[in-house]
Design a protein around this ligand. Structure first.
Ligand SMILES: *[C@@H]1O[C@H](CO)[C@@H](O)[C@H](O)[C@H]1NC(C)=O
Ligand SMILES: *[C@@H]1O[C@H](CO)[C@@H](O)[C@H](O)[C@H]1NC(C)=O
Length: 290
């Protein structure tokens, strides 16, 4: 024991100074303290090592699980991107609201936003777009005109999009367009010309923004109609079903039974009177009997 009032600096824990101090004061007690502290340190190191070992083992198990059994979440996005891109249905529950309606809706005139040409001699049916770009002082301008060209050498693919709800009774109509102000349809026609109209197997949109869709004309599915195209009167198909939100893709080709056809004109959906190749869509709401 130190004398009264005498200052003794507290030894730092675990330092050699501490051991020295304790030994000097009471040899037996110092020895037991040292033994006690050493065993505490050993246990701490032991459990720390156990903790590290467990953590390492757990991480290794997790790593092998993710390598050999990848979670399904990682598969899902690729499945979405490989599918046909679809547009969402904007008409949720409209069928319930219109269930008993007696309202009549007027017909819609629908022009194809896409018209592409391919050579009949090309077995790959590679398509191209003929457009009417012309240079101006602002740069090249591409008007909205679409080229309908059907000869013994060239066929045309058109695609319609059916946007409106319950306008699913469709009729295809070909009317030779007329000059309207600045719009010149530049018609060349062997009058009359017979043209076969095929429905193509293209459930998806033909668009420059969906890669690969503009490269080749899709395969034919069925013959829709054979039309006689003449200047004197418009011709039309019989009625067919066109689902809302879907596309109708058609191929116009010279009818093999009547060769030497020649239909060549440009069309503009804003031109008046209405002319060109278009679809007239009628309301398909059920109570036509009421
Ligand atoms: C339509 O008519 C049926 C039978 O008359 C009725 O049960 C139903 O509630 C009606 N629906 C609407 C939306 O009015
Ligand atoms: C085809 O379109 C022309 C021009 O709009 C129109 O006069 C004619 O009635 C239409 N025919 C049918 C069957 O819709």
């Amino acid at each position: 024991m130190p004398a009264n009032g005498e200052y003794i600096a507290l030894p730092a824990r675990n330092s050699s100074e501490e051991l020295l101090e304790e030994t000097r004061l009471d040899g037996s007690r110092a020895r037991s303290t040292t033994r006690y502290e050493t065993s505490t340190n050993d246990r701490l190191i032991f459990w720390a090592a156990v903790g590290v070992a467990c953590s390492t083992a757990f991480s290794a198990v997790l790593f092998f699980i993710t390598v050999f059994f990848p979670p399904n979440v990682a598969v899902a996005p690729s499945r979405i991107t490989t599918g046909v891109p679809r547009r969402p249905n904007p008409y949720v529950y409209l069928d319930r609201i219109l269930a008993n309606t007696t309202q009549k809706f007027p017909p819609i005139t629908n022009f194809p936003p896409v018209a592409l040409q391919f050579d009949n001699a090309d077995p790959k049916r590679r398509m191209r777009e003929e457009e009417r770009g012309r240079p101006t002082e602002f740069g090249t301008v591409y008007p909205d005109d679409r080229h309908i060209l059907v000869t013994d050498k060239v066929s045309t693919v058109v695609q319609f999009r059916h946007i409106d709800y319950a306008m699913e009774r469709c009729v295809l109509n070909i009317t030779i367009p007329q000059q309207d102000g600045h719009f010149d349809p530049a018609v060349t026609l062997t009058d009359p010309s017979m043209v076969d109209v095929w429905v193509l197997d293209a459930p998806m949109e033909l668009s420059r923004y969906i890669s690969g869709t503009l490269e080749r004309a899709p395969q034919r599915r069925e013959l829709l109609t054979t039309l006689t195209v003449s200047r004197s009167e418009s011709s039309h198909s019989s009625e067919f079903h066109c689902s809302s939100g879907e596309f109708t893709t058609l191929e116009l080709v010279c009818s093999p039974s009547h060769p030497n056809c020649n239909i060549d004109f440009w069309q503009d959906q804003r031109a008046k009177p209405i002319g060109g190749l278009h679809i007239v869509q009628q309301s398909s709401l059920s109570p036509t009997t009421t």
